[in-house]
Design a protein around this ligand. Structure first.
Ligand code: ARG
Length: 568
């Protein structure tokens, strides 16, 4: 519920001149101190048109306004101060959460519309980078958020599984590789062959000819080339799957670049028909100068098609297959230009849905303020990151709760959750530094802190049960004294649906992550100052608040793709 709306509609009933809800909302102020109420309406704006002093206007309004909706409405000087009826509102908020439970915050913004999300999309035979991790967890959270507001997301892993590099890889494998080696450690071995290829072709340029020949065979569907390619793809995907499983991310489609091999001719045809293709130094390009962009390179001199040509085919395929209302690409901001070109070419082709295509860019993960770089030895290996995070989580659990059951399983949830949360709490476009110790701390702005707060709420509810005390039901009376600590928890709970809406509108999971931190903080503050389990007539009401916090924290974590263990 929107407190401002309440004030605005009450004002509209008594104002002698007409002001729109937007105008009034913009005028409302939040008083600096509690004594002046929760929201204040400054009356200066009316003075001129009413030919009255602001003080008189405020006094008049205070007399006329329907006071019953508020604890009180008071004129102080030129201001009309509104005091919310916190007791009543608090009861309403808790009832809503308790009644709707995990469905709290659901709303229909999407009317069931399809939204393909291009996410993760690592390259075959190369390690998955931290950039791919970001794409994976941001895309996954956006999928949960979109579902919550009644869109239908389709998670697509647009694997980098085609290109001239496969000619090189096959050549290198034939010369220096072995099946057993690849089986034992697929990605690292394939990468090593590839790196060796680039070292040796400096002195042996004939290697490049061989690689080109292999790639031609691959494009022509030569069985031997296809067999190796399929195998490289499969073993790479198996390695990626291990990471996806640990992150609990599933995809609806693994149609990678190769899937569009037979779908690009149509794109070239359309471009030709519309006379958009121009020859430039033997290559085929689309001029985009009217968009202030470099030309899009559609076909290389040797006839090979390119990354953008595949993306054009993919965009069209997705429109036809899913008839989407929006099509998202969660890809690092270094590819911003590529997606601008993609949209521009689609527009040139006359596809009126080009405006529904959105690149959702994100920033870099750095270490010690430096860009990660394979050459400088600043690589972060994803699986190692997850293992180390879980190890750190295990150590802390060992200290805090040595008798915990399922320690290993909880440590996995906490360690992996910490890495995901850390990634998502940062605004998408910000670069951020990765320091594992900070990521896994149980205190501070971390995932484990939120998880721990949720587990604390659950533990209070368990203790209550042992005392035979239950949270008030959604239908019962809930009478909670609205102290400052209580009210700040209630206000956060009330904000959740609006937070989800904002996160979806801005494609920004960090809005939810930051919210979860604020709610956890407010709850811990409340808990520190309140004897929740005291046997008095407000016990069931306080438990209702604790339960509502547990519900909303769990749901916020779920929307981020982070587990919420009941105990830790
Ligand atoms: N494989 C690419 C990379 O690692 C990302 C692909 C993004 N998706 C797309 N449709 N272009 O850089």
């Amino acid at each position: 519920m929107d407190f401002k709306k309440q004030v605005v509609s009450s004002l509209q009933q008594v104002l002698p001149i007409e002001l729109t809800a937007e105008q009034l909302t913009a005028l409302l102020e939040i008083p600096k101190n509690d004594q002046m109420g929760d929201l204040a309406f400054p009356t200066f704006i009316l003075a001129k048109s009413l030919h009255q002093s602001p003080v008189k206007i405020a006094t008049d309004l205070a007399e006329k306004i329907d006071q019953s909706k508020f604890e009180k409405v008071q004129a102080v000087g030129p201001y009309l101060n509104f005091f919310l009826n916190k007791q009543q509102l608090g009861e309403q908020i808790l009832k809503t959460v308790l009644q709707q439970q995990a469905a709290y915050g659901e709303q229909d913004l999407g009317h069931g519309g399809n939204v393909p999300i291009d996410m993760s999309s690592p390259n075959i035979a190369k390690p998955m980078s931290m950039g791919h991790l970001r794409s994976t967890v941001i895309g996954n959270s956006l999928a949960y958020l979109l579902t919550k507001v009644n869109y239908h997301p389709i998670k697509i892993n647009h694997l980098g599984d085609w290109g001239t590099q496969f000619g090189k890889l096959i050549t290198a494998y034939q010369k220096w590789g072995s099946e057993a080696e690849v089986k034992a450690d697929p990605i690292n071995k394939l990468l090593a062959y590839y790196v060796r290829f680039h070292q040796e072709d400096v002195d042996h340029p004939e290697l490049d000819d061989e690689a080109r020949a292999w790639f031609r065979r691959l494009e022509a569907g030569d069985p031997e080339a296809i067999k190796l390619w399929k195998w490289f793809r499969e073993v790479s995907l198996q390695t990626f799957m291990k990471v996806y499983q640990r992150l609990h991310v599933e995809f609806d489609s693994y149609n990678g670049e190769a899937f569009y091999n037979d779908k690009m001719a149509e794109i070239v045809e359309i471009l030709e028909k519309k006379q958009l293709l121009k020859e430039s130094q033997g290559a085929q390009i689309v001029d985009l100068s009217k968009y202030d962009l470099n030309p899009a390179l559609i076909k290389k001199t040797d006839g090979a098609t390119l990354y953008i040509t595949r993306d054009l085919a993919a965009a069209l395929y997705r429109k036809r297959t899913y008839n989407f209302v929006q099509s998202l690409y969660v890809v690092g901001n270094e590819q911003t230009n590529h997606f601008k070109q993609l949209k521009a070419v689609l527009k040139e082709m006359g596809e009126d849905w080009a405006d529904q295509v959105h690149h959702i860019p994100f920033g870099l993960i750095t270490q010690g303020g430096h860009k990660l770089s394979t050459r400088a030895g600043r690589v972060i290996l994803l699986e190692k990151v997850l293992d180390d995070a879980v190890e750190l989580a295990q150590q802390q659990i060992e200290q805090k709760n040595p008798s915990l059951k399922n320690k290993a399983a909880v440590a996995e949830e906490v360690g992996v959750g910490a890495v995901i949360f850390h990634d998502l709490k940062n605004e998408r476009l910000n670069n951020f530094d990765f320091n594992l110790d900070e990521v896994v701390r149980f205190e501070g702005e971390t995932g484990p802190y939120v998880q721990y707060s949720h587990a604390r709420a659950q533990s209070i509810l368990r203790k209550a049960q042992a005392l035979d005390a239950k949270p008030a039901a959604a239908t019962a009376n809930i009478a909670i004294a609205p102290t400052a600590d209580t009210w700040s928890v209630l206000k956060q709970l009330n904000d959740f649906p609006m937070i989800i809406q904002r996160a979806v509108k801005e494609y920004e999971p960090s809005v939810v992550a930051k919210y979860a931190l604020h709610l956890a903080k407010a709850f811990n503050q409340y808990y520190a100052h309140t004897r929740v389990l005291e046997q008095d007539d407000q016990l069931t009401s306080r438990l209702a608040l604790v339960k509502s916090v547990a519900i909303v924290l769990q749901e916020a974590l779920r929307l981020l793709g982070v587990a919420a263990p009941d105990e830790m």
